[in-house]
Design a protein. Structure first.
Length: 351
């Protein structure tokens, strides 16, 4: 905090203008500490765009009172809470000024980072800019950005390496972000085809007993990938691309013997491959192709005693140049905030 930003009890931040204050947020009880942060126009719009909802969320989560006034955001409360809130809000407001959405996930993530830094974690001064970076715009105009620094590193690795392993718990965006990158590469004509692969472990890779053609047989196992395609390309475009063979969705068992050139290949749920299957998949890579392998080594559905191909790949390939292993954690979970707490609880129980 700078001296000019700190307001002691009894001081004011300037003449109050009722037009600059927000509804029920007009409350300034005696507080032990005050702090003010610059509130540029775009950040102000993000903060007040949903009425009082976001302000109330921030107040409840950060345990301070917030008052927008004269181009600044006034923080009031106990000194430790004000210090913490100032550090967190500084990042959130920078992100909002860069166009990023501020929601409960973003608030909880910055709060978790603050707790981590109290135990020796270091702060990267470029972090706010990283989370404001648009990586893709959907047909409906929705801008997709990384929601955590782990996601940002994962996306950077996909750009840099021909083979990237994204390993982490459910809800960290491993598959979705890989599909986003594949859709972007296809749309920019950097690749000629997108190939999406998943092991159908529940059916033992033998899908013949299920009714229907191949596509109908594998649909239950590939639904998450279809959902990501519909979101990134639009349902109509995704269906058209599949009809033309620009997008291929197949079970892992059907990859044997193929060589894929100029393709963006994603192997999802890779923890459910065996070591021979993983080797088979990785050796399908042809000229001008890129592969992303995603999985969660804490949710292996293979028969007891069967080694996971993803776990094996970490040991066998860790020193091979030209590929990257990216590890996402519960800190990178971007689903409902309860998902992060559930993952942490299971980790404690299993540890």
């Amino acid at each position: 905090m700078t001296n000019q930003d700190i307001l002691m009890p009894g001081e004011t931040a300037g003449p109050a203008k009722s037009a600059d204050l927000v509804g029920k947020m007009l409350r300034e009880p005696a507080a032990e500490a005050r702090h003010s942060l610059p509130l540029p126009s775009r950040a102000l719009e993000a903060l007040l765009g949903r009425g009082e909802a976001l302000l109330l969320l921030l107040e409840r989560t950060l345990q301070v009172r917030l008052v927008p006034r004269d181009g600044r955001l006034l923080l009031l409360g106990e000194p430790p809470q004000v210090e913490r809130a100032a550090a967190i809000l500084r990042h959130l407001l920078q992100m909002a000024e860069g166009g990023a959405e501020i929601d409960e996930v973003a608030v909880n993530y910055q709060l978790a980072l603050w707790e981590q830094r109290l135990h020796g974690g270091r702060q990267n001064p470029e972090e706010a800019a990283q989370l404001s970076q648009v990586i893709y715009t959907t047909p409906k105009g929705r801008q997709i950005r990384p929601k955590s620094y782990g996601q940002y590193a994962y996306l950077q690795a996909i750009d840099k390496y021909d083979i990237t392993f994204g390993i982490g718990p459910a809800g960290t965006g491993k598959t979705y972000l890989a599909v986003v990158k594949a859709a972007d590469a296809l749309r920019r004509h950097r690749v000629a085809k997108m190939v999406l692969v998943r092991p159908a472990v529940e059916a033992g890779e033998k899908l013949g007993f299920l009714p229907g053609d191949l596509q109908e047989k594998v649909n239950p196992y590939l639904r998450p990938i279809y959902d990501a395609l519909d979101d990134t390309l639009g349902a109509e475009t995704a269906a058209k691309y599949m009809e033309r063979g620009l997008i291929e969705v197949v079970p892992l068992a059907y990859m044997r013997g193929r060589t894929l050139d100029a393709s963006f290949i994603i192997l999802d749920e890779a923890q459910n491959t065996t070591p021979p299957q993983m080797k088979m998949f990785l050796t399908r890579l042809g000229q001008g192709s890129k592969a992303v392998v995603t999985g969660d080594i804490t949710q292996i559905d293979l028969p007891a005693g069967q080694k996971s191909g993803l776990h094996d790949a970490q040991q066998v390939l860790h020193a091979v140049p030209g590929l990257a292993f990216c590890y996402l954690t519960d800190l990178d979970v971007v689903r409902h905030p309860l998902v992060q707490k559930i993952i942490e609880a299971y980790a404690r129980a299993e540890g």
